[in-house]
Design a protein around this ligand. Structure first.
Ligand SMILES: NC(=O)c1ccc[n+]([C@@H]2O[C@H](COP(=O)([O-])OP(=O)(O)OC[C@H]3O[C@@H](n4cnc5c(N)ncnc54)[C@H](O)[C@@H]3O)[C@@H](O)[C@H]2O)c1
Length: 249
C-alpha cells in the first residue's frame, strides 16, 4: 500500500477517520473527504503529525459534481489514484409512515447515490490512467440483509450498496479493479449518538462480546480489503459484526 493514493469519504469521524489513519500508517497517501470541514482538518492534521501524508477536500457525496471534483483533486495533488473508500453515510431512525418522498430521496442521495458517484468517478479515472490493482471498498451494513420499521431508507440504501459491490466487481474485473464492501454491525461512533441509552444496551447484547464494535476494529477489516492480502476477495461484502447476523439473522 506504500504510496497508494486512496480517497476516503466520511473521513472526519468514526469509521472513515479510523480507516484514513490506518491506511496512512501503511504508507498510503490519503485524500480525505467529508462535509464536516473542521473534523476533516483535525484528522488530516493528526495523520501528518504521525508522519503520514494526507490532504482534506470538503465534499458532499450526495452531489455528483463534488465527487467528480474530489477524484480530480486526488489526481491533481498526487498524480494518480489507486482506490476509494466510499464510506460517508447518515443514520435513519424515522418510521416508514413518516418518511416522505422528499426525505426518502434525500437519504438515498447520501447513502446510496453517494456510493455510486464514488464508484463511477473513481473507476473511470483509474481506467483512464491504466492503474494497476485499483480497489474500491464500500461501507454496507448488517442492515443490507434485514429491514426494520425505522430503517426503511437506510436498509434499502445499504442493500443497494451490497449489490452494487457485486455488479461493480464484475464490470471492473477486466480493468484489474477489485470491488469489495464491509458490512459492520453496530459501531460506537457519532452516528449512534442519538440512540437512547436503553436501546444501546439492548443493541450491545446482540453482539457476541456484549458490546459494540470500535471504529478501529472495523477499520482493520477495511485495511485488509485494501491490502494485497485480500486478493482472493472480490464482489463480496465482508461481515464485521461480532456474530450479530449469525445469531439474529
Ligand atoms: N455506526 C454504526 O453502527 C454503523 C454500522 C454499520 C454501518 N455504518 C456505516 O459506516 C459508515 C460510517 O459511519 P460512522 O459510524 O463512522 O458514522 P460517523 O457519523 O462517525 O461518520 C460518518 C461521516 O460521514 C460524514 N457525512 C455525512 N453525510 C455526508 C455527505 N453528504 N458527504 C460527505 N460526508 C458526509 C459525516 O460528516 C461523518 O463525518 C456509514 O456509511 C454508516 O452507515 C455504521
Amino acid at each position: 500500500m506504500q504510496d497508494d493514493v486512496l480517497i476516503v469519504t466520511g473521513a472526519a469521524s468514526g469509521l472513515g477517520a479510523a480507516s484514513a489513519k490506518l491506511l496512512a500508517e501503511e504508507g498510503a497517501r490519503i485524500v480525505a473527504a467529508d462535509v464536516d470541514r473542521e473534523g476533516l482538518e483535525r484528522v488530516v492534521e493528526e495523520i501528518r503529525k504521525n508522519g503520514g501524508e494526507a490532504v482534506a477536500f470538503p465534499t458532499d457525496v450526495a452531489k455528483a459534481n463534488e465527487v467528480e471534483a474530489l477524484v480530480e483533486h486526488a489526481v491533481d495533488t498526487y498524480g494518480t489514484l489507486d482506490g476509494i473508500f466510499n464510506n460517508a453515510g447518515i443514520r435513519d431512525g424515522t418510521h416508514f409512515t413518516e418518511v416522505t418522498p422528499e426525505t426518502y430521496h434525500e437519504h438515498l442521495a447520501i447513502n446510496q447515490h453517494g456510493v455510486y458517484y464514488g464508484m463511477h468517478y473513481a473507476a473511470n479515472k483509474m481506467r483512464e490512467l491504466n492503474v494497476e490493482g485499483g480497489r474500491i471498498v464500500n461501507t454496507a451494513s448488517i442492515r443490507s440483509y434485514f429491514g426494520a420499521k425505522k430503517s426503511f431508507r437506510y436498509s434499502a440504501a445499504k442493500a443497494a450498496v451490497e449489490n452494487m459491490t457485486k455488479s461493480g466487481a464484475d464490470a471492473l474485473a477486466e480493468d484489474g479493479i477489485r470491488v469489495t464492501a464491509v458490512a459492520p454491525a453496530f459501531i460506537d461512533t457519532a452516528l449512534l449518538k442519538h440512540v437512547p441509552e436503553e436501546r444501546r444496551k439492548r443493541l450491545e447484547k446482540k453482539h457476541l462480546r456484549g458490546k459494540m464494535l470500535s471504529a478501529l476494529e472495523v477499520a482493520k477489516v477495511v485495511r485488509f480489503l485494501f491490502s494485497q492480502d485480500s486478493v482472493a476477495i472480490n464482489g463480496s461484502c465482508v461481515l464485521a459484526d461480532d456474530g450479530f447476523l449469525a445469531i439474529h439473522g
